[in-house]
Design a protein around this ligand. Structure first.
Ligand code: NAP
Length: 294
């Protein structure tokens, strides 16, 4: 049976490390890290995510500011708001919760965020730095995966890493990070997507399989090599009457059958998901301490 890579426990550990650092900063009279989150509109899922981020800030002793804006705000007014936060010397990190309403360009808004405050790591400057393996804010999900590999001491050098999915937020950055000359990294990477032929064969050749395609239980045991490390990024709600909530969460990987073949695996829930907020907090601490842009 595979080792369970426990993202819930690891994220709590990271949050407690950050809280200890904040206590030290406070004791020495330093500036408390301050994260600003911009939420446009009333989307339920976005409100939940932003709420969880603000709560996590409180948990570790950060200051946080939630800027709520109406769904019909103009693009210019939102850009102006981002600029106002860019210029606010007290705010260290700035995130704009996605998705944005259709009349607003995500590219324009992202590009407006000052790279020094871009703790989501989405700006072209920080993505470029990531690709160059320069110090940067690695975006939350990829950073969370790297941290899990590191803390579970997964050997990556010389391994074949197959990434399923090429999105800007998960698959594409993961493929770059796993190929870089660093730890975790130094893998031979194959990145796959919806046009890939013989995906099952390619997946089966992976020592490390990172799955982020957004298809429930897509990866089955036949697609996995004996002893592979499997990282499941997918997250889906399925109806389950036995649960009080009426649903349960599953990933992109058929957990039970793949776990019996893998050497290590992340569960859903409790794997990659919980790591994302811890990663955001970590990046905010880096921003406050001017570790990336001195
Ligand atoms: P996305 O933007 O929809 O990208 C999906 C990628 O998978 C695309 O590159 C797509 O290929 C590829 N793909 C789709 N169907 C495929 C198939 N049958 N065979 C091979 N490749 C296929 O998704 P995402 O934002 O990366 O998210 C992926 C999953 O992770 C979702 O379930 C999402 O909810 C979850 N997620 C979880 C977290 C977390 O914190 N745990 C964070 C982010 C995302 P094309 O490029 O050719 O279309």
């Amino acid at each position: 049976m595979a080792i369970l890579i426990d993202g819930k426990k690891t994220s709590e550990q990271i949050k407690s490390e950050i809280a200890s650092r904040v206590a030290e900063i406070k004791a020495s009279g330093g500036k408390i890290p301050h994260l600003a989150a911009v939420l446009v509109g009333e989307d339920g899922a976005s409100q939940t995510y932003v709420g969880a981020k603000v709560k996590a800030c409180e948990q570790v002793g950060f200051q946080s500011t939630l800027v709520r804006l109406d769904a019909d705000i103009t693009e210019d007014a939102l850009l102006h708001e981002v600029q106002r936060i860019n210029d606010d010397a007290d705010i260290d990190g700035l995130i704009v919760q996605l998705p944005l309403p259709k009349h607003i360009s995500v590219e324009k808004v992202t590009a407006k965020i000052k790279p020094e405050k871009d703790v989501d790591g989405f700006t072209p400057a920080n993505v470029g730095r990531m690709a160059l393996n320069w110090p940067t804010y690695v975006s939350a999900t990829p950073y969370g995966i790297l941290e899990l590999l590191k803390r579970y001491e997964i050997e990556t050098s010389g391994k074949h890493c197959v990434v399923i999915g090429r999105s800007h937020i998960v698959g594409s950055p993961m493929s770059i990070l796993m190929a870089r000359n660093d730890y975790p990294g130094n893998c031979t990477v194959t990145i796959t997507h919806s046009r890939t032929k013989d995906l099952a064969e390619i997946a089966k050749s992976a020592d490390i399989l990172i799955v982020a395609l957004g298809r429930p239980e897509f990866v089955t045991a036949e697609m996995v090599k004996e002893g592979a490390v499997v990282i499941d990024v997918g997250i889906h709600r399925v109806a389950d009457e036995s649960k009080k909530s009426g649903f349960r969460l599953i990933g992109d990987v058929k957990f039970d059958e793949v776990a019996s073949k893998a050497s290590a695996i992340t569960p859903v829930p409790g794997g990659v998901g919980p790591m994302t907020i811890a990663s955001l907090l970590y990046n905010t601490l880096l921003a406050a301490e001017r570790k990336i842009y001195p």
